[in-house]
Write a protein that binds this ligand. Structure first.
Ligand SMILES: *Cc1c(COP(=O)(O)O)cnc(C)c1O
Length: 485
């Protein structure tokens, strides 16, 4: 029990409700009818849907068992790199569910929804302070959507100056959504190889940046968990050639309130509120991807903007240079409520400390595991650390085997095979939520798995054993999903 948190309990076989049903079972007892039976209208006569007959116990157990096949941050350590699967305090859920907030209709007139407008307005101000940027629009619904908004803003900026640009610089460590967002806006991504140290080198940018290039998309810290130390010099080169600097802020959990991105030379930034600011995620949303800009680009932000004249909040649609609306109403408002509640309950000092602890935890794992797993870049890491299967490959054990075995040991696997620049990558992001005891338990399990890789490799190649489904054909699972168990 002790060595496998989360998965050593009973994992019950569970048939479909249709297989479970038995004629005559009943979910509730209805009193005998005291009125004469009437014939059904003709068009309703027939067999009707084939619903199984089930008791209340049948149904409650069925759905409770299904819910226990799930794994989430609330069940255990979830070190999925680049996703910031940290604990989302329940108080923020409670705020979002407050009836006056949850029931506020987005078509209410301004004077009837002053509170909700104030919340969006103030959240945008707080996010500006936390990142160092000047203005924020909370409208985009996810990181990738924020990227699209940001790239449309960069495009609008160049058009407003009659500057025709066709390319955008893109590090080879970028998340796949970055080149996709740029391409959607008509820009051709130009790959920049990260240097030997896992970060961008100034000389490469100097070589590649020209006046046909709209700018650069940088993730900082990057997806190797390393801080792009040369960002200011790189930004200066990009600006000198008339380009703009886009920062992917998905990794904000490492630098909240610590790094001033405007001072780093960033012009446009997106945040992932569902990663950094307390919205449960995984499984498809909803999320929020606010886009943050410097003053010069404010006029291009999506409309409506929420404005405040000192006494009233209002929605401003009169924004001739705006890229337009990119989401119905105000984006995913419930996610904004959670973020606002999170920021207020944490306060500036604790937000900063959360980032410091997230970095400390990743550094701890790096030190504790580097003699067991090959470390892709042996340098100070930020909130996540990237290992690889280089050592285990000698025993024909791959990253996938290690990830599957971790599941048997009660852990959600880390992100694997990303970033692409590290062959067999194992990207671990513990977040600040894990205490030292939990980190030590995880370390012990990973160390043990690396021993098993040498001594009992079948434990890894046959993993997972403790699950309903074992090794899936992952291509077929994605293309022809079978959802019937
Ligand atoms: C998660 C992530 C994104 C995309 O964000 P979504 O909210 O999933 O659209 C972009 N870049 C990086 C580095 C990420 O980790």
């Amino acid at each position: 029990m002790k060595d496998a948190p989360g998965t050593s309990g009973l994992i019950l076989e569970e048939p479909l409700l249709w297989e479970k049903g038995k004629k005559g079972r009943n979910g509730m007892s209805v009193s005998a009818s005291d009125v004469p039976a009437a014939a059904l209208p003709e068009d309703l006569v027939g067999d009707g849907p084939d619903f199984p007959d089930l008791s209340e116990v049948d149904v409650v157990r069925h759905y409770t068992r299904l819910s226990q096949w799930n794994f989430g941050v609330d069940t255990g350590t979830y070190p999925l790199g680049s996703c910031t699967m940290k604990y989302n305090p329940k108080v923020n859920e409670k705020q979002a569910a407050t009836p006056v907030i949850a029931a506020a209709h987005p078509m209410l007139d301004d004077e009837l929804c002053q509170g909700t407008l104030e919340l969006i307005y103030k959240l945008e101000k707080h996010l500006a302070i936390i990142t160092g940027m000047d203005h924020v629009s909370a409208q985009p619904a996810a990181g990738a959507h924020g990227e699209l908004a940001g790239m449309l803003i960069i495009d609008a900026y160049h058009r407003s100056r009659n500057s025709k640009r066709t390319k955008i610089l893109m590090p080879d460590t970028a998340h796949g959504t970055n080149p996709a967002s740029a391409a959607l806006c008509g820009y051709k991504p130009v790959k920049i190889e990260s240097g030997k140290r896992g970060i961008l080198e100034v000389e490469d940018i100097r070589q590649l940046m020209d006046e046909e290039t709209a700018g650069i998309m940088i993730t900082n810290p990057n997806t190797l968990g390393l801080f792009e130390e040369n960002i200011r010099e790189i930004a200066a080169i990009v600006h000198e050639k008339g380009g703009l600097v886009y920062a992917d802020g998905a990794n904000m959990n490492a630098i909240m309130g610590i790094v001033d991105l405007k001072k780093c030379g960033v012009d446009v930034l997106h945040l992932n509120l569902h990663k950094t600011f307390s919205t449960p995620h995984g499984g498809g949303g909803p999320g929020a991807g606010p886009v943050c800009v410097v003053s010069e680009l404010e006029k291009f932000l999506p409309y409506p903007r929420i404005s405040f004249d000192g006494s009233e909040y209002s929605r401003d649609y009169n924004r001739p240079e705006s890229i337009g609306r990119i989401h119905a109403f105000h984006g995913n408002f419930g996610v904004l409520v959670r973020a606002y509640s999170y920021i207020l309950t944490m306060g500036a000092e604790n937000l900063r400390m959360a980032s410091q602890l997230a970095v400390l935890n990743a550094c701890y794992l790096k030190v504790q595991l580097k003699d067991y797993l090959h470390l892709a870049y042996n340098r100070p890491c930020m909130h996540e650390v990237v290992f690889s299967d280089k050592r285990q490959l000698e025993h024909k054990i791959t990253t996938l085997d290690i990830a599957k075995r971790l599941m048997d040991c009660g852990y959600h696997p880390p992100t694997i095979y990303f970033p692409l620049v590290v062959s067999g990558a194992i990207m671990i992001e513990p977040t600040e939520s894990e205490c030292l005891d939990d980190l030590d338990r995880f370390v012990a399990v990973v160390r043990r798995i690396t021993m098993e890789a040498m001594e009992q490799p079948e434990l890894l190649t046959n993993a997972p054993q403790r699950f309903k489904v074992k090794r899936l054909d992952e291509t077929r699972a994605a293309r022809q999903p079978c959802l019937c168990g």
